[in-house]
Design a protein around this ligand. Structure first.
Ligand code: AMP
Length: 395
């Protein structure tokens, strides 16, 4: 079934209940302030659209961090309420709890326009996909809008169960629609050559995506800590580089499936003795003992670049090294610039760290789509559907 479009919804005078992903990073010390508001900025057009269509009220739902079903002021949405109010130039009232009795009273007042419910994960029912919680939340709106792509792979009450109470009255937000449309174009008949760049550290988390990608792509470029289990599985020495035995067996399994030789591994590295150590180029694949690889080397960047320049479709997830340190960021930034430079290709980047790298490179606007959901984009590629999106089409 097709996803409905918010543009087609009858919105005038309606009360809207809208789920967003305002899970933004905050400073560790008080007063807690937002360090990167991109996720909120990307959701603002949906709120503006609703206001322009003349809705009467908007109740916003979001999670922040992992408070595990208990109230923890560290994860309060207070900084988010302030930021959204400032962005929209309208008062945003933060409720004490998502199922506070006062919320309904607040929504009765003519002067109330926007209410932000306090962190939905303060309530144990959220992650348990609790029907009672979903039913209580549903009383705040005539229409449900889900714009939380980053949470769409979760079967949680405010993402999944809630749809039971909005039959034919549930819509994807503008950001959600764009995410799904972009990832769908990537998966359905992508223009060839199709190249995937997979990096980061968690082989076990990404194994299913890699297996799915292997069927679809012409070339799979592997970098970051993801590469060392593959190199070790091939008998290359990896020194002290990040690698677990479990990941080596997963890598062996993937390599055994790669009959067409699609997988490319780093040909050289940037190494150091410690994470804080001085960077050194290590020529060739073997990493000497006592050293750990923390970035792809210049020859690898050049060779991956040659592949990427020919691509018509590119999907990128995961950094090429420990890019948070500028000593080991060249590979990741280099890949961002190369993909941005291939203007004729359809390029999608997903995953918190690779997105942060693309933002830092200043080339984000040259990507066809920068996905806000790391886990969600990987799961969509693996399964072709997400619980939160499927539920919007009807449970
Ligand atoms: P992931 O969440 O799987 O995309 O992994 C991202 C993390 O992997 C980032 O924090 C990177 O710093 C880290 N990472 C990538 N390559 C390396 C490496 N060669 N050694 C250590 N950490 C790495």
């Amino acid at each position: 079934m097709q996803l409905k479009s918010l543009q087609d919804a009858e919105l005038k005078g309606k009360k809207i209940l809208a789920r967003f992903d305002f899970n933004v990073p905050l400073t560790k010390t008080e007063p807690r302030t937002i360090t990167d508001a991109s996720r909120i900025d990307l959701a603002i057009p949906t709120i503006r659209f609703l206001l322009e269509k003349g809705v009467s009220k908007i109740t916003l739902i979001s999670h922040l961090g992992r408070p595990d079903g208990t109230v923890n002021p560290k994860y309060s949405l207070e900084p988010v309420a302030k930021y959204v109010a400032q962005k929209l130039g309208i008062d945003v009232i933060l409720s004490e709890s998502a199922i506070d009795n006062g919320v309904k009273n607040l929504l009765q007042l003519p002067e109330t326009k926007i209410v932000l419910l306090e962190n939905i994960r303060f309530l144990p029912g959220e992650e348990k996909n609790d029907m009672e919680l979903a039913e209580k939340l549903s009383q705040y709106g005539d229409i449900y809008v889900n714009d939380a792509f980053g949470a769409a792979h979760r079967k949680h009450a405010s993402v999944y169960a809630i749809n039971n109470f909005f039959k034919n009255r549930a819509y994807p937000g503008l950001l959600m629609k764009k995410e799904i449309d972009s990832l769908t174009s990537l998966m359905d008949k992508p223009a060839k050559p199709f190249i995937a760049v997979i990096g980061g550290a968690k082989v076990a988390d990404k194994i299913k995506t890699i297996e799915r990608m292997m069927v679809m792509v012409d070339t799979l470029l592997i970098g970051g800590a993801m590469a060392y289990p593959f190199l070790k599985a091939k008998g290359v020495t990896i020194g002290n580089s990040l690698c677990s035995d479990e990941d080596v067996s997963l890598a062996k399994h993937i390599l055994s499936q790669d009959k067409g030789g699609k997988i490319q591994l780093p040909k050289d590295h940037v190494v150091a003795e410690t994470l804080e150590g001085l960077p050194e180029v290590c020529i060739g694949q073997n990493i000497p003992s006592g050293k750990m690889a923390l970035d792809i080397g210049p020859e690898t960047l050049r060779s991956y670049g040659e592949h990427l320049k020919t691509a018509k479709t590119i999907f990128w997830n995961g950094p090429m090294g420990l890019f948070e340190s500028k000593n080991f960021a060249k590979g990741t930034m280099g890949i961002a610039k190369i993909i941005a430079g291939n203007e004729k290709c359809f390029s999608v980047v997903g995953g918190g760290d690779s997105v942060a790298a693309v933002m830092a490179s200043g080339e984000a606007d040259k990507f066809s789509h920068v996905s806000t959901g790391g886990g969600a984009s990987l799961e969509f590629i693996e399964k072709g559907e997400l619980p939160g999106v499927q539920a919007l089409k009807g449970l």
